[in-house]
Write a protein that binds this ligand. Structure first.
Ligand code: GRF
Length: 330
């Protein structure tokens, strides 16, 4: 489970959205909300959702940042999400959670970012400048305001009839999509991998009360000795012996004699005897209808004999190739 802390100073609609997105699952959850405003609406909202919420005075944020870190550590917080947090974040906190603090900003950063650019001020400035598009950005928090690496950014269209309020509503809609998306992205790249489940060996070691460390067992795979054939001899087939990749390309090609052998075999054992067998078989019916029963019987016997010859020659020739070639006759 990855625990997130949300820092918020105001309304908290993004904080609520994060809780609703994550807290019903089993992987990520908003485990804490910190605020710098004693009466911020976000406090009540978090309480209603059952999320622990703490007020930390601005003086503490500024002069005793280690206290904030201690609170975060006591809740096992791994990721921090700034959702409308208007208080300065001390560099001690930024360092303690380097790369793991995300801020959501209601403009297409780097445009309309920096000191004084927050909430309604941003939307007002965008409209006054006659922009046709605005949007929201989630970025990693560094010691510079609104300047850290961008994680996710999404646009909205600014219409001529838009007011700061209507634009804010549109931007909020995309914020509800991109903030959870950015958090998951950062978790996927920075969070500690989950601990491996216990193995059967661990269970046995626990049952027997012995340590499950077997340093004496050498588990490195050993190379199998490769068969070294005599000069001019083909290598025998060794099941399970893999040909090293470096040697795979240099394996001996199929000897050309085998090709000749295969062609001769086919002609001898399939083609010629096969044709003789077919000729004899065709004679059987013609002789029979001509009334030459004795001739039909002879042709039938010949056909049978040639079929057997075809088969026997095929078997003999094919089985002979290997021993003959090993004996150096090819
Ligand atoms: C959001 O627009 C966010 O981009 C900015 O502050 C606003 C907070 O809104 N940083 P809410 O309190 O989450 O409704």
């Amino acid at each position: 489970m990855v625990n997130i802390a949300v820092f918020a100073s105001g309304n908290g609609s993004n904080a609520v959205n994060l809780v609703k997105t994550f807290n019903s699952g089993s992987r990520i959850r908003v485990a804490l909300c910190l605020t710098d405003k004693e009466n911020a609406p976000v406090i009540e909202k978090m309480q209603e959702l059952g999320v622990p919420v703490e007020y930390v005075a601005r003086s503490v944020w500024k002069d005793e940042p280690q206290k904030v870190i201690d609170i975060l550590r006591s809740h096992d917080i791994e990721i921090i999400a700034l959702a409308g947090f208007l208080c300065f974040i001390d560099e001690t906190i930024v360092k303690a959670y380097e790369g793991k603090i995300l801020n959501i900003h209601p403009s297409l950063l780097p445009a309309y970012g920096g000191r004084g650019m927050h909430g309604a001020n941003v939307h007002k400035a965008v409209i006054e400048a006659g922009e046709v598009k605005s949007g929201a950005t989630v970025h990693i928090v560094t010691n510079e305001i609104d300047a850290g690496p961008i994680v996710v950014q999404r646009c909205v269209t600014v219409l001529p009839e838009d007011t700061p309020e209507t634009l804010e509503a549109k931007v909020h809609e995309v914020e509800y999509d991109i903030f959870p998306e950015a958090i998951m992205k950062v978790i996927a790249t920075t969070a500690e991998p989950p601990a491996l489940p216990k193995s059967v060996d661990d269970d046995w070691a626990e049952t027997l009360g012995v340590p499950n460390d077997l340093p004496h067992l050498d588990t490195t795979p050993h190379e199998m000795p490769s068969p070294s054939p005599a000069a001019g001899q083909p290598a025998a087939f060794m099941p399970g012996v893999a040909v090293p990749a470096s040697e795979a390309g240099s394996q001996e090609p199929m000897p050309p004699t085998y090709l000749v052998w295969a062609v001769v075999t086919m002609v001898l054992c399939c083609f010629i005897p096969g044709i003789v067998a077919v000729v004899n078989a065709s004679k059987v019916s013609s002789r029979y209808f001509a009334g030459d029963y004795e001739g039909a019987r002879r042709a039938s016997r010949n056909a049978e004999i040639w079929i057997i010859i075809t088969f026997v020659i095929g078997v003999i020739i094919n089985t002979l190739y290997l021993p003959l070639s090993i004996a150096g006759m090819f």
